[in-house]
Write a protein that binds this ligand. Structure first.
Ligand code: HEC
Ligand code: HEC
Length: 823
């Protein structure tokens, strides 16, 4: 009687696990048990005695360049709470997600950089010995992982597939293609099983709504939809579409976008009958980084970073923490239940004591911080925990029986908001909804939160912070990039980022934590949105190609191979984007004198040294915080190529690319855009004066052995015609309704002629930066080379036949860190 035997063995092991085991505990309940927290960096054992924590960077004593899992005992067998590190186990590089199997015996961890899943054995009864059993090869850039009925599903971000692994035999059972009737989940990220036996997987990026006209997609607030697939029998059964919301809850002025007020076209003016100064702004579900379900599995809650790319690009009508709700049974979106967490917070302003600077410590958390970058959530017993990654705090939510989500209040009636570890990346909860465990994506640290009182009970260091001086700076710079609050501008280079109090430095990055750099550049890459600036549409650029590989920017930026910034080659270094904090995000910036004006209650314009960071082109030395951010950007890696490519085609495409494309898209950055040209001349430091006027007449961009010169116009813009006519200037389409130019707003650079041109973009990890072109008009790589009237970008194909071009494009998809460069 095999099944009976197995049952009794299982019961024994669970009993043992209860007296000190790692992963086991709690009697198995038919028919199906699921951990409610999946596809995340932290999970709690079934007996709730242990918390499994994923560290992006392992302790120095264990190794370098790898991640690890730390097992923390949070309760002893008698039920007394404790916070004891049991052990730390190495996994692969750049880990993303951890899943504990339902039998309590194993942990599976996806390693993004390695294309593997590490399996940790927790011992026969879950109590150790703890060993890394195997590394299983999966698809390209694995992200979320989840177990359902003895199988672990792994979302392969760049392949658009799920790998299915048998949790017991550890063999790969299947690879699931995520398409249904021509609709594809191209970048699966979060995956979860629900108690009714369904498996759900979300596409990380919003996609063009089928049937929309080419020029009604990019740049508009309603052009794209979120997508979540339902999987059964190893195939996609249905795709739930999350339509954009028409009014995300905040209004903006569209006065400047009316031709009556000098705009180049009427595309974005206020609709008839709507006050032009108070136009409700729509939003699209983007960056679907996590999936949470209620206990019955009836509804799914998806925290997203919803995008509002239509103008104006301003902090409160830009990105929103929009939670989408799906009816799990009907498999449809429930628009009436979608909630904007910013709006929920704003509606409770009356109960929030106003902030009184200076904010001397984190316990003074009665701030009005909004939460634009919310990507992790877990729900149990109708209690939810949402994290603001940008704000380093946790919010408690309550889900009513009818599914309505509200933010819980503390004893004073204010939003219950708990400061947690910096850059929180995942949260797990006990089944009674009383404790939450929040893990950092930056450093090895866990915060334990009492969800009844809203008090952080303590932290546990789950890994040591690297002591290597360069690595320290990169981590501080990463925090600067991700925080919506701030860090000390003069932060000491050896500071452990876990002790930096971002709440004390609130309002540096953005007004009340509305957004961070990562709101549009998730993990430093691109959000795939086309933002409408006054000069025109601009696709977000991924930052992995900003510096050449091996760049040591410290002390010798002058000789560092760095791309010239932006589509129009109008910016010099990443420090110039401090002006983004100040101009777009409503912050005071990261100058040395910013904090004093914040504390004095003055606006950003009052910052005395603001002039040094306004269009100065200076790349180092404004403040340590900005320098370390530059350092972090230089450390970014490109995503791995998909594992699904046609290898023979890639090989055919390589020499063709060399002959046809490498003159512009070659070099270590996969663009010849370069601040230094053959050591002959380079873009000067600074490039602009405080008024934004160019101090240099010409910008030089190498094209093969010749140099293309861009002349700046009287307004300091480099958008005037290109002298070297081999640069495809024709991609600029002035008939495109989103091609706002010149007077589209009082801000922005002056108009360009019909021949306006664009600097050469990098093709690093290009398959992840769709859509293509400065205005994102080409939704696929093939579209790049189609004529405008066929929905294309009109990029020349330089005489390549269709077969040759197909091979070249397969090669382009294979451009990653491993691809050999054309020097
Ligand atoms: C509203 C979305 C948004 C936010 C917020 C944002 N960016 Fe960007 N970023 C963009 C877009 C769009 C571009 C391309 C702009 C252009 O070409 O004119 C870009 C370009 C860049 C580039 C140039 C890359 C290249 O290859 O030329 C850098 C560097 C950069 N951003 C850094 C930052 C930093 C640092 C922050 C935070 C202070 C930030 N960004 C915040 C959308 C955003
Ligand atoms: C003479 C210089 C030049 C050559 C040669 C060239 N390109 Fe481009 N490429 C550009 C410029 C400039 C843009 C930006 C156009 C725009 O945004 O409107 C661009 C854009 C692109 C894009 C879109 C990138 C993005 O991130 O949106 C792709 C893909 C691309 N090129 C591929 C190729 C391929 C493949 C070849 C060879 C067949 C090639 N290019 C040859 C200059 C060049």
């Amino acid at each position: 009687m095999q099944p009976v035997l197995r049952t009794s063995v299982l019961l024994t092991s669970l009993a043992l696990a209860a007296c000190g085991g790692g992963g086991g505990g709690g009697a198995p309940v038919a028919p199906r048990q699921l951990f409610l927290s999946q596809s995340g960096m932290v999970q709690i054992s079934r007996n709730e005695q242990f918390v499994f924590v994923l560290n992006k960077i392992c302790s120095e004593a264990l190794g370098t360049g790898r991640g690890s899992v730390t097992i923390v005992r949070v309760k002893n067998a008698a039920g007394v709470e404790e916070r004891t590190v049991v052990t730390e186990i190495l996994v692969g590089s750049d880990p993303y997600s951890l899943t504990a199997t339902a039998d309590g015996k194993r942990l599976l961890v996806s390693n993004g950089k390695d294309n593997t899943v590490s399996v940790i054995d927790l011992g026969p009864v879950g109590a150790g010995p703890y060993t890394r059993l195997a590394d299983i090869l999966v698809g390209g850039e694995p992200r979320g992982t989840a177990e359902l009925d003895g199988k672990v599903y792994v979302a392969n971000f760049v392949d658009g597939t799920l790998t299915v692994i048998d949790s017991t035999t550890l063999s790969r059972i299947a690879t699931i293609d995520l398409s249904l009737n021509g609709t594809r989940i191209a970048n699966p990220y979060a995956v979860t099983g629900t108690p009714d036996g369904k498996l759900w997987v979300a596409d990380f990026f919003a996609r063009a709504i089928p049937g929309k006209a080419t020029d009604a997609i990019e740049g508009f607030d309603d052009g794209k939809e979120g997508r979540v697939a339902v999987i059964g029998n190893n195939a996609v059964q249905a795709i739930v579409r999350l339509a954009p919301v028409a009014d995300a809850g905040f209004n903006a002025t569209r006065v400047a976008f009316d031709t009556a007020n000098g705009a180049a076209n009427d595309t974005f003016k206020a609709p008839a009958g709507v006050d032009p100064a108070q136009v409700p702004q729509g939003a699209m579900f983007n960056q679907l980084g996590s999936l949470a379900f209620d206990e019955a599995g009836k509804r799914l809650y998806l925290p997203t970073v919803a995008a509002q790319p239509a103008p104006p690009v301003k902090f409160d009508v830009n990105v929103q923490p929009l939670v989408a709700v799906i009816d799990g049974t009907a498999q449809t979106a429930v628009a009436a239940l979608h909630k904007n967490l910013n709006k929920l917070i704003q509606d409770n302003f009356a109960n929030e004591p106003a902030p009184t600077p200076p904010f001397t410590n984190v316990t003074n958390r009665l701030d009005r911080a909004f939460a634009a970058d919310t990507t992790a959530a877990v729900i149990k017993n109708r209690v939810g925990a949402f994290l603001s990654r940008a704000g380093s705090f946790l919010m408690k939510a309550e889900i009513a029986a009818d599914g309505v989500l509200t933010l819980a209040r503390d004893a004073r009636g204010a939003i219950l908001r708990v400061p947690v570890t910096n850059l929180p990346g995942g949260v797990a909860m006990t089944a009674d909804g009383k404790r939450a465990f929040v893990v950092s994506e930056l450093v090895g640290q866990l915060t334990v939160v009492n969800l009844d009182t809203g008090i952080a009970l303590g932290t546990v260091d789950t890994a040591t912070t690297p002591t290597d001086p360069l690595r320290r700076k990169e981590l501080i710079g990463q925090l600067k990039f991700f925080t919506g609050m701030g860090i000390p501008a003069n932060v000491a280079a050896d500071t452990d980022p876990r002790v930096i109090d971002t709440h004390r430095h609130r309002n540096m990055q953005s007004a009340n934590n509305w957004s961070s750099c990562a709101s549009c550049h998730p993990s430093g890459m691109a959000d795939t949105m086309t933002w409408i600036f006054a000069t025109g549409p601009r696709q977000t650029l991924a930052l992995d190609a900003f510096f050449a590989r091996g760049s040591t920017i410290e002390n010798n930026l002058a000789t560092t191979d760095q791309k010239i910034s932006n589509w129009n080659a109008e910016r010099n270094g990443s420090t110039e984007f401090n002006n983004n904090s100040r101009g777009v995000q409503g912050g005071h910036g990261f100058t040395l004198q910013a904090l004093a004006t914040i504390d004095a209650g003055q606006g950003a314009a009052a910052v005395p040294d603001a002039g040094t960071v306004f269009n100065q082109g200076q790349r180092l030395g404004i403040s340590p915080a900005l320098d370390f951010e530059t350092q972090w950007i230089a450390s970014l890696r490109a995503f791995n190529r998909p594992t699904t490519l046609d290898v023979a085609k890639v090989a055919d495409g390589r020499p063709l690319f060399d002959a046809t494309c490498a003159s512009c898209h070659g070099g270590t950055k996969w663009t010849r855009s370069n601040r230094i040209v053959n050591n002959l001349t380079r873009w000067p430091d600074p490039a602009f004066n405080a008024a934004g006027t160019s101090l240099s007449a010409r910008l030089f961009v190498p094209v093969a052995t010749t140099i293309a010169a861009f002349d700046s116009d009287s307004n300091g813009s480099f958008e005037t015609p290109v002298i070297d006519t081999t640069v495809p200037a024709v991609t600029l389409d002035l008939t495109n309704p989103i091609e706002l130019r010149g007077a589209g707003g009082a801000i922005g650079r002056a108009s360009v002629g019909a021949n306006g041109s664009f600097a050469i973009p990098s093709l690093f990890g290009n398959q992840h930066t769709a859509p293509y072109g400065h205005h994102g008009r080409a939704q696929t790589l093939d579209d790049v080379f189609k004529p405008l009237n066929a929905g294309g970008l009109n990029h020349p194909s330089f005489g390549l036949s269709p077969t040759q071009l197909a091979a070249v494009l397969e090669f382009v998809r294979a451009i990653d860190e491993e691809q050999q460069i054309f020097p």
